[in-house]
Design a protein around this ligand. Structure first.
Ligand SMILES: [Zn+2]
Length: 379
């Protein structure tokens, strides 16, 4: 049986310039690699950023329980000018693998494929291993949901998922993500009554109402945080009043805000709570309001379970790090995994999305060892 070396595979993956949802043959390449170690591969299409669809991969080995999954994405961000080393060559220099995606996250994909290939060659096990690779995590984010939809259709159940996003900060495994805060944007439009500013009583100033609404919202504590997530926070990001005159009270005032909320809230509940505060103030000021929301993601979180503690122990053994379990960082495809217990553990994130992205080769080795041990201990 074939095994794959993580460094060699990472180099090969970097050489596909998969910016936005461009495939460039990478899914075929991965399917070939995984098929030749026994995986059944299925390409699942989703809407791409250009004319061509994005190609995502679901690969599965085995049919029995328990079922462990690895999740990754092959797309990379642009920001490709002014590199000292070409971004799509996979150049190794002074102990580092250079290239776009080396940390985020072709490196992580190479590590889990290498670990899986070595594990199934070395060990007999009962259960299944699957791999989901999305092509659009950095852009449209439709790939992983399409794969999950397909899994629902064929009644496939994943018992535990390892998302290989670069979660590590100063060294591999120092941080493990067990969830993410939710994010919601809102726009408040306050409707008053315009008039001459000299005639107090003849107008209703929406600026006054909006200022009071903002003050009230900022003075309202949403919660005290949870063990793994900080207190929810609402921040105003824009205030706007269209007015060309100095002596006219305007008709409208608007403000935009963003709320980062922890797992104590659902967005639907938060909306109700905020609406109530806003409308109470507005009524007192005799103004009308319109409030619009856009939810980018609900908060989610896997309560530390035996798998998470097992991974923590493995990281300690291999790296010496006592991993912090947290919910930091930007969003990831982990948000699409619904109720599947999961964690995010991958390479460092100190150069992701930057010019001259690179990973140390010893980190690749360490992470592969961690994934191998996860498989060994899981089954
Ligand atoms: Zn990523």
């Amino acid at each position: 049986m074939k095994t794959y070396n993580e460094l060699k595979l990472a180099k090969e993956l970097i050489r596909f310039p998969t910016v936005k949802t461009e495939d460039k043959g990478i899914m075929k390449f991965l399917s070939r690699k995984l098929s030749s170690i026994g995986f059944k591969c299925k390409i699942i299409k989703s809407k791409g950023t250009g004319r061509k669809p994005a190609l995502n991969l679901y690969a599965k080995l085995g049919n029995s329980k328990p079922h462990i999954n690895f999740l990754g994405h092959t797309d990379v961000v642009a920001n490709l000018n002014n590199w000292k080393i070409p971004p799509f060559k996979g150049v190794v220099r002074k102990g580092y693998l250079n290239g776009r995606g080396s940390q985020d996250m072709k490196g992580g994909i190479a590590c889990f494929i290498s670990a899986v290939s070595n594990f199934i060659k070395d060990k007999k096990f009962k259960g299944s291993i699957s791999i989901i690779i999305a092509a659009d995590e950095e852009t449209t984010g439709l790939g992983t949901p399409s794969v999950i939809k397909y899994l629902k259709k064929i009644r496939e159940k994943i018992d535990f998922s390892v998302v290989a996003e670069p979660s590590s900060n100063k060294s591999v495994g120092d941080e493990i993500r067990i969830g993410r805060r939710g994010s919601m944007n809102g726009i408040i439009s306050v409707h008053g009554k315009s008039g001459h500013s000299a005639f107090y009583g003849s107008y209703i100033n929406p600026c006054t109402a909006l200022a009071k609404i903002i003050a009230k919202l900022k003075n309202t504590s949403l919660d005290n945080g949870t063990k793994f997530m900080p207190p929810s926070n609402l921040e105003f990001t824009k205030m706007n009043v269209e007015n060309l005159s100095e002596n006219v009270v305007p008709q409208f005032a608007t403000a935009k805000f963003n709320v980062r909320f922890n797992s104590k809230h659902k967005s639907s509940y938060l909306k109700k709570k905020l609406n109530k505060i806003i409308n109470t103030v507005a009524r007192k000021e005799k103004c009308k309001t319109r409030i619009e929301y856009r939810v980018s993601g609900e908060a989610f979180y896997t309560k530390p379970n035996k798998e998470i503690y097992m991974v923590k122990k493995i990281v300690k053994k291999i790296t010496g790090n006592s991993s912090k379990l947290n919910c930091r960082g930007g969003t990831s495809d982990s948000r699409f995994l619904g109720s599947i217990p999961r964690l995010e553990l991958g390479l460092r994130n100190n150069t992701i999305h930057m010019v001259d992205e690179r990973t140390s080769i010893s980190d690749l080795k360490k992470l592969t060892k961690i994934y191998y041990n996860i498989l060994e201990n899981y089954f």
